[in-house]
Design a protein around this ligand. Structure first.
Ligand code: PLP
Ligand code: TYF
Length: 388
């Protein structure tokens, strides 16, 4: 049986973790995989998460099955964070999923069931897992341009490419903190995209994996809320794995908005049925942690304060990078953990070999992997490779 398979390449981003670990140099710098790091280079468990785990340990009375929709208290409380005043609207329904990845895949399966072979438009570049997730669900991929040669949004090129989109096609959008570029649409561009989707019958699928790590919880959700207020049908894949630091616990949610309550209910029943056929029900612990935090005002406030600190640190590092080299000015207006530097794959390999600087092959850096005192060494290693 298995001889018919083709050998597959390992995940290049996750591969960087092992490569970095094996490097004996004391001054190595890890700007690879997208996890938050503090000034000591650690990715600690958040204090609010530790507190919630203590509550669960003391008070959780059962680990009996829930159901394919997961922890509905988690889904409802999180909806308040994501949708604000729209939360609770009966045209929006959601389920807990194993991470943002599970939400993307479940949404992709729902689309494939509703419209077999539907086309999904994805900007280039994007998170490398997007294409395989949608392809494995049997959907058709189409690519649209995103940035110009200077690293700014090339909105005209994007709209020109989307002119070929048909009613019923899906448009994948990063809700905030674009991965890998850090380049987000302006409010005006978001409004234009929402109007385009409404006018042309395109279905936005928003991937919101970094809420709170750009401009704050409310600001980072503004585009998603505006989109849902403008279009009839939409999907939102959400990850709590970055903003709660729960990565390996796999915490996320998928929401759908239908044109009316009956269509939302119809979609929801299919989501639940699809989830049953994939993972039966999602893992509980991470979602129980998030629910425990959001249920308790003091824990919620502590989580928000920690998230503020994380965002403040990332933005301070970005400002220090901008000040450290004239070629880095372009990243000043960007948001989130990532920036994509204008360096070749050969330059990335050379920086790794010569200086122990680890970044993704496309020149993406995880800004949170820097320390303020490591910036001079990083910029010294980087600058010979930047365009003059
Ligand atoms: N979407 C984007 C853009 C991401 O960067 C990530 C990162 O992992 C995810 C989705 C998936 O998140 P999760 O780890 O919760 O599956
Ligand atoms: O882009 C990143 O680095 C994060 C983490 O298969 C990640 O989104 C990377 C690869 C992967 C899963 C998560």
């Amino acid at each position: 049986l298995f001889g018919a398979l083709d050998r597959q390449a390992p995940d290049a981003l996750l591969g960087l973790i092992a490569q970095y670990r094996a490097d004996p140099r004391a001054d190595k710098i890890d700007l690879g995989v997208g996890v938050y790091r503090d000034e000591a280079g650690a990715t600690p468990v958040m204090r609010a998460v530790k507190a919630a785990e203590a509550v669960l340990l003391a008070e959780q009375g059962s680990k009996s099955y829930l159901g394919p929709e997961g922890d509905t208290g988690f889904v409802d409380l999180l909806a308040g964070i994501v949708f604000g005043p729209l939360a609770g609207a009966d045209r929006i329904a959601g389920v807990q999923t194993p991470g943002g990845t599970g939400a993307l895949r479940l949404g992709a399966d729902l689309i494939a069931r509703a419209r077999p072979g539907a086309t999904v438009w994805i900007g280039d570049p994007t998170w490398p897992n997007h294409a395989p997730i949608f392809r494995e669900a049997g959907l058709t991929l189409a690519s649209h341009r995103f940035l110009d040669g200077t690293g700014a949004v090339d909105f005209d090129a994007m709209l020109a490419d989307l002119a070929a989109a048909q009613a019923g096609d899906v448009l994948l959008l990063h809700g905030c903190c674009h991965n890998p570029t850090g380049v987000d649409f302006s409010a005006e561009q978001w409004a234009a995209i929402a109007d385009l989707c409404a006018a042309r019958g395109l279905i936005p699928f928003i991937d919101l994996a970094y809420q709170g790590l750009g401009d704050g919880l409310e600001a980072d959700a503004a585009a998603t809320r505006q989109m849902l207020a403008t279009v009839p049908d939409a999907l939102v894949a959400y990850s709590c794995d970055k903003n709660f630091g729960l990565y390996r616990e796999r915490v996320g949610a998928l929401w759908v908005q239908g044109a009316n309550v009956a269509l939302t209910t119809l979609a929801f029943s299919n989501i639940v049925a699809l989830a049953r056929g994939i993972w039966s029900m999602p893992p509980d612990h991470g979602a129980a942690i998030v629910r425990t935090i959001l249920e308790r005002p003091a824990m919620r406030a502590e989580w928000m304060a920690e998230l503020d600190q994380m965002r403040t640190r990332i933005n301070a590092l970005r400002a220090a990078l901008v000040a450290a080299h004239p070629q880095l000015v372009a990243i000043a207006g960007q948001r989130g953990m990532f920036a994509m530097l204008p360096v070749s794959a050969a330059a990335v390999a050379a920086m790794r070999a010569d200086h122990g600087i680890y970044m993704a092959g496309n020149g993406r850096i995880n800004i949170a992997g820097l320390r303020l005192d490591a910036i001079p060494a990083f910029v010294a290693g980087l600058s010979p490779h930047l365009p003059s």
